[in-house]
Design a protein around this ligand. Structure first.
Ligand SMILES: [Zn+2]
Length: 318
């Protein structure tokens, strides 16, 4: 295997769909039976902000209440005047999705449903891609959801799909009979998903993407960014992108690099300083996945950001 050249690296760049029509604080119908309100918390990891979704009419579910922002909660309560929140669902326990859970629960009395504790090590402050604590360890669900569970309301039903990778507790919610999936931060159209160990796992992420290929959906509604109208094509492109990233990283090791700081500039070029820690963690996630399969060796396990990596003499080609 040779180091991918510039044309291959270019080919691994994804065509992101970055346009998104919305006004902060306004609920708009984005699919039959699904309304979206975008929270005003834009940033390098949240794009325009966190999407909060309302599923159904009358007795509704709220998916991902969003950040702690009084204006966002007020917009949500105004959009739901005369209706009742029967469930609060969480795609994953990252603060940009969950900070408003407690105030929304106090306001509505609705139970909180989430995957709950996975028993896996979670991302800590020191490993946060944004440099801040982003995992919400305090969230206590009233009901635990597992893969395949169905949550029902007046005119809707959602199937929970466990999709670890970005976060170990990540769930997507498939709107039964609508070929619509609320995809959380697992699949987003505006950017690739952050997979940052120990919170994220590349092996899990890739198998969670493959699971979505087996389905026949026509729309994904992500946790950040606009509707994805060709979901299977996007999922296939993401899988291809990860494969090319992995080849490029393997190529760096073949050409003698051993450390993540040597590899990052070759993969990402010049990077916004805010995004550099996430890039390093993403490279670590790929290296972990290569180590898991015996294709790459690491002097210490679990592998860390400062570890030395190399290709063992016996490595089969990835
Ligand atoms: Zn998010």
């Amino acid at each position: 295997m040779t180091t991918p050249g510039p044309s291959e690296e270019r080919a691994s760049k994804l065509a992101f769909r970055t346009e998104m029509n919305f006004d902060y604080g306004v609920a708009s119908e984005v699919a039959p039976g699904v309304r979206r309100i975008v929270a005003n918390n834009p940033g390098p990891f949240t794009y325009k902000g966190t999407n909060t979704y309302i599923v159904g009419h009358g007795d509704v579910a709220v998916i991902d209440p969003g950040p702690d922002d009084a204006a966002h909660l007020k917009a949500l309560s105004e959009a739901l005047r005369g209706e009742r929140i029967t469930q609060i669902l969480i795609t994953h326990t990252h603060r940009d999705h969950t900070e408003a859970v407690v105030p929304l629960k106090d306001y509505s009395g609705a139970p909180v449903l989430a995957f709950g504790n996975t028993g896996k090590e979670r991302g800590a402050r020191t490993t946060s891609p944004s440099g801040k604590a982003f995992v919400d360890l305090e969230l206590a669900p009233d009901e635990i959801l597992k893969d395949g569970d169905t949550i029902k309301g007046g005119d809707w039903a959602l199937d929970a799909i466990h999709t670890p990778g970005h976060a170990p507790d990540h769930l997507c919610f498939a709107f039964v009979g609508q070929r619509t999936v609320l995809s959380g931060d697992h699949v987003m159209g505006w950017n690739t998903t952050v997979v940052a160990p120990p919170e994220g796992s590349m092996a899990d992420y890739i198998s969670s993407l493959e699971r979505l290929l087996d389905r026949n959906d026509k729309v994904f509604l992500p946790g950040h960014g606009g509707r994805i109208e060709t979901p299977r094509r996007v999922v296939r492109a993401y899988l291809m992108h990860r494969k090319m990233r992995e080849s490029a990283i393997y190529g760096c090791l073949e050409s003698g690099d051993r450390f993540i700081p040597q590899i990052v500039p070759k993969i990402y070029g010049s990077l916004d300083a805010k995004l550099a820690p996430a890039a390093a963690l993403s490279v670590l996630a790929h290296l972990e996945h290569l180590v898991d399969r015996g294709l790459v060796e690491c002097e210490e396990l679990p592998a860390a950001i400062h570890s030395a990596f190399s290709i063992p003499p016996s490595s089969p080609l990835p």
